[in-house]
Unconditional design. Structure first.
Length: 138
């Protein structure tokens, strides 16, 4: 069986049945966008702990992302997370789980509110997370 290639700007399918999360509670983030549920304000959890909360979210097909305000964790810095890094969404707990470590997120390209939607910046961020997926698959 071939592994699924990482597509940074596309929501992934929800975790398969039999995972450790309750499928009645955890849903695909894509379902949130199409159902009109906004992820802004949800807390974000890396594989090794809390990183912040969602400040902005896009559900655009092929270019979906989350802007996460990290608060004091990395000196108030915001980070751009492509939708492909989202592993699961827990509606009851209002949490989004991503499949990257805090260190990988901290080392991501610097977020700039004025340029984050440019193709050049998106390519830089997409390449960074694609590389981290290849180097450290979940």
């Amino acid at each position: 069986m071939q592994p699924t290639p990482f597509t940074p700007w596309t929501w992934r399918e929800p975790e398969p049945a039999g995972s450790t999360t309750d499928p009645a509670v955890v849903e695909s983030a894509e379902d949130f966008g199409s159902a009109g549920v906004d992820l802004v304000g949800f807390k974000v959890e890396a594989t090794d702990g809390h990183i912040g909360s969602i400040d902005q979210a896009s559900y655009d097909v092929g270019s979906a992302y989350l802007v996460v305000d990290t608060g004091p964790w990395i000196f108030g810095r915001k980070v751009l997370l492509p939708a492909g890094t989202v592993q699961t969404v827990d509606r009851n707990e209002r949490k989004v789980y991503v499949d990257r470590t805090k260190e990988q997120i901290k080392d991501s390209p610097e977020y700039d509110k004025d340029t984050f939607e440019t193709p050049e910046y998106r390519e830089q961020v997409g390449d960074y997370y694609t590389g981290s997926y290849r180097d450290y698959p979940r």
